[in-house]
Write a protein that binds this ligand. Structure first.
Ligand code: NAD
Ligand code: G3P
Length: 328
């Protein structure tokens, strides 16, 4: 596998951060963005102010509106846009190529994971999933970050991890694509809940209890969906769950805080909220839990709040009055 050049699809916060990491790793990077003005800004000022403020970008990054051939393709658009973004690429750009899926979400309607979408749209691509505790601002600034890179072939995954690794960006190779994808999607749901706990001033003890029970629920979901619960001990599980569920830097956590303060989903979105993947993923996860027969009271509680079926006080009372059970 030749792994010299990288095309990153998506000129938002995460696509730009991964372009920066890939450039720091020594790869030849093209960053494919839809907005011509943004492309011009990246190529001339070496910034992407809308998404990363004044962060200086590596001058070797070439932004473009048209994807060209590259050895590695990284998809970095929101989970609900992945299918459209893949569909807009010429099939020969994807066939036989490693395609790194970096969105953290489940698709509305189909209930698909990101690699199921890739199988539909480009069955000859080689799927990899990148996930883990990694804020775009940290990665773009070259702060130390470690992530999980999961693929089906151990040799290929290690080679790709090496190609993407930089002095401060450390991908750990893994083989449980499903576990990594499900963990990355669900942690956003639980971050909404933890943000709501903070917004509603329910206390740090409640938030930690929530994180621990979310971990147990995540393990049930991952196992039911064909992944391994062991994956959750790593960066894509525990690592990202704790980051996103405790940091006001997280957009999902911020969205949850607004819910906790009593705002509705429509009000928060109308107020200009940034992308919070958990909002679209929650009803999908709830539907999956129901169809798979997984006990997922936390996902269900977040769904009830987001859909306006219940307020936070009601769902908390419901969770606290569930029959007592053994922890295991
Ligand atoms: N921002 C982070 O810290 C971070 C870290 C890890 C993973 N992620 C994940 O990366 C994904 C993208 O998040 P983000 O932070 O970059 O979001 P963002 O809102 O900053 O940017 C999204 C970008 O995708 C583009 N886009 C949307 N639909 C498109 C389409 N059909 N074709 C081409 N481009 C399209 C938008 O124009 C925008 O530039 C999410 O799933 C998120 O969970 C984000
Ligand atoms: O800002 P969030 O909530 O989308 O989280 C970003 C990353 O997924 C953290 O690992």
């Amino acid at each position: 596998m030749r792994l010299e050049s990288v095309a990153i699809i998506g000129g938002g916060a995460w696509g730009t951060a991964l372009a920066q990491a890939s450039a720091m790793a020594g790869r030849r990077v093209s960053l494919v963005a839809r907005d011509g003005a943004q492309v011009a800004e990246i190529n001339t000022s070496h910034t992407n102010k809308r998404y990363l403020g004044s962060q200086a970008l590596h001058e070797s990054i070439v932004a473009t509106t048209e994807a060209g051939p590259a050895d590695i393709v990284i998809l970095a658009v929101p989970a609900q846009s992945s299918r459209a973004a893949l569909g807009a690429l010429a099939p020969e750009l994807l066939a036989g190529k490693p395609v790194v899926l970096s969105a953290k979400g489940l698709e509305t309607g189909t209930l698909d994971r990101q690699s199921e979408i890739l199988f539909d749209m480009a069955p000859e691509a080689i799927p990899f999933v990148l996930s883990g505790p990694s804020f775009a601002a940290d990665v773009a600034a070259g702060r130390p970050t470690a992530v999980t890179l999961a693929g089906d072939d151990a040799t290929q995954t290690s080679a790709l991890a090496l190609a993407l690794a930089g002095p401060n960006f450390r991908p750990y190779a893994a083989d449980d694509r499903i576990g990594v994808e499900v963990a990355g999607a669900l942690k956003n749901v639980y971050a909404l809940a933890c943000g709501a706990v903070e917004g509603a001033d329910l206390g740090a003890s409640a938030r930690s209890a929530l994180i621990a029970r979310a971990y147990a629920e995540m393990a049930r979901m991952v196992t039911a969906m064909g992944g391994s619960a062991t994956t959750l001990t790593g960066l894509a599980g525990l690592g990202d769950l704790t980051l996103t569920c405790t940091s006001v830097q997280s957009r999902n956590y911020q969205f949850g805080m607004a819910l906790g303060r009593g705002q509705t989903v429509d009000e928060i979105i109308a107020g200009g909220a940034k992308l919070a993947e958990g909002v679209a993923t929650t009803p999908v996860a709830d539907a999956l839990a129901k169809s798979l027969g997984v006990d997922a009271p936390l996902v269900h509680a977040v769904e009830a709040v987001l859909s306006g079926k219940a307020d936070i006080a009601t769902v908390v009372a419901g969770l606290m009055s569930r029959p007592l059970k053994r922890e295991d």
